[in-house]
Write a protein that binds this ligand. Sequence first.
Ligand code: FAD
Length: 108
Amino acid sequence: PPDVEQLGRATWTFLHTTAAYYPENPSPNQRSNMLSLLQSLPVLYPCTHCATHLGDNMKSHPPDVSSRATLSRWLCERHNEVNEKLGKKKFDCGVKSLDERWKDGPAD
Ligand code: FAD
């Protein structure tokens, strides 16, 4: 079985970074591909209990792919629900902290 922690860190890095660089005004094609990417996770993510949990979570919280801001926040909130389940600290889902972590780096 995969290393759930290493897989998780790599996957969150990919997802948050992709959301941080997603367009403010995505085209229909970009929206539909982002939706496919996210909806494939509950089906294909190789940590199966993680995938099941995410799928249940996404039923009550469908992804909002209409903009960079809505997608980044949606993803941050889903990640926070996993953090909460694992007893980890919640992350501030404001655009400033998300961009600092996943796009711009800390200001100097
Ligand atoms: P991670 O949680 O991997 O976070 C990496 C970095 O992201 C952090 O260092 C921080 O800088 C940043 N970060 C933290 N929270 C947020 C946030 N809310 N928004 C933006 N950035 C943030 N593990 C399980 O044991 N059970 C599960 O059910 C489970 N489900 C998962 C579902 C998915 C879709 C994914 C991708 C992973 C899942 N994992 C699960 C793995 C788990 O979330 C962690 O990746 C793993 O425990 C390693 O944690 P970590 O403390 O190194 O940091």
